[in-house]
Write a protein that binds this ligand. Structure first.
Ligand code: SAM
Length: 282
């Protein structure tokens, strides 16, 4: 419901300081993960680009709350580690350091709320387990201490230009987007000709748009629309994989949805496109 969504009237109206308190107020978001779900991509990319601000955009309230809690907990643990404190208990879901919440506790509390959205108990259990497994990687100090990741509740299909200036983003991710299988629902898909104009607007020339899906029909749809669009040029997937591109690797393997597909031995399709320079007007 749109009337419940908060969004700025223009990017200049937006204050990012509360999202990234350890960065200067002038720092700008460079990576956007559209429909970030439970935040697996952000936590994977955070240490690889510790100086880069990255933002997850997610429409579901409780999922956004979950990611927010996860980021806070991860930062808290990094803070404890920096002070040389033991965080073993945290990762196991126990509370250490007095009233310091543990990541796992935060994750569990937030996952409880997901139920409002009608997720089944099984799904919630699976997501909790996923989150808990992911937290094992955080017992050591990581570059940036997760200060560079944030999440916001937003309808990315409507309000991207409200949040980002023209050419602001270096990378934009569409990972395992909702497939909308029915033909009558195809116009609700996150990659359409109209929406690609907005993605082209917020991406800087040379910036990259990443798509990954386990739905072949949706992959074909996204490739079709992206290939037709004058602002984008295809980057051969093999080229990125052969170069061991860590971003594409994370995009394919680090999200909760991607992990699920892997566990079920499902197939994944990736497609990456470079934002072209705008033609020079004569
Ligand atoms: N990218 C995550 C992953 O790979 O694990 C989540 C994939 S999930 C299938 C798709 C997500 O997109 C859901 O969490 C959904 O709430 C979110 N979503 C759908 N439409 C959206 C929109 N217009 N704006 C923001 N998020 C949206």
């Amino acid at each position: 419901n749109d009337h419940q969504l908060n969004y700025p009237s223009s990017p200049a109206e937006m204050s990012w300081q509360p999202f990234y308190p350890s960065f200067p107020a002038t720092a700008r978001v460079k990576f956007a993960d559209i429909g970030c779900g439970f935040g697996g991509l952000l936590t994977a990319l955070a240490p690889l680009f510790p100086e880069t601000l990255m933002l997850g955009m997610e429409i579901r309230i409780s999922v956004t709350a979950y990611v927010d809690a996860r980021i806070r907990a991860l930062r808290q643990i990094q803070g404890l580690l920096r002070e040389g404190k033991d965080v073993e208990g945290n990762v196991k879901g126990e509370v250490v350091e007095g009233d310091t919440a543990s990541t796992t506790t935060a994750a569990v509390v937030a996952a409880e709320e997901v139920n409002e959205d009608g997720a089944t108990a099984d799904e919630i259990r699976e997501d909790k387990r996923e989150a808990a497994e992911n937290e094992h990687a955080t017992k050591h100090l990581i570059p940036g201490g997760y200060q560079n990741v944030g999440v916001i509740r937003a309808n990315a299909m409507k309000h991207l230009p409200n949040f980002f200036e023209k050419g602001q983003l270096e990378k934009i991710f569409f990972l395992f987007p909702d497939p909308h299988f029915k033909r009558s629902k195809h116009k609700a898909r996150i990659i359409t000709t109209t929406l690609l104009a907005e993605y082209a607007y917020v991406l800087q020339p040379g910036g990259i748009l990443y798509t990954v899906t386990d739905v072949k029909d949706l992959h074909d749809w996204m490739m079709h629309h992206l290939n037709l669009h004058p602002s984008f040029e295809y980057i051969p997937t093999e080229q990125l994989l052969e170069a061991n591109d860590p971003v594409l690797h994370s995009a394919m393997t680090s999200t909760e949805e991607g992990i699920k597909v892997e566990r079920n031995k499902g197939q994944k399709w990736a497609g990456c496109f470079r934002r072209k320079e705008d033609p020079v007007e004569v």
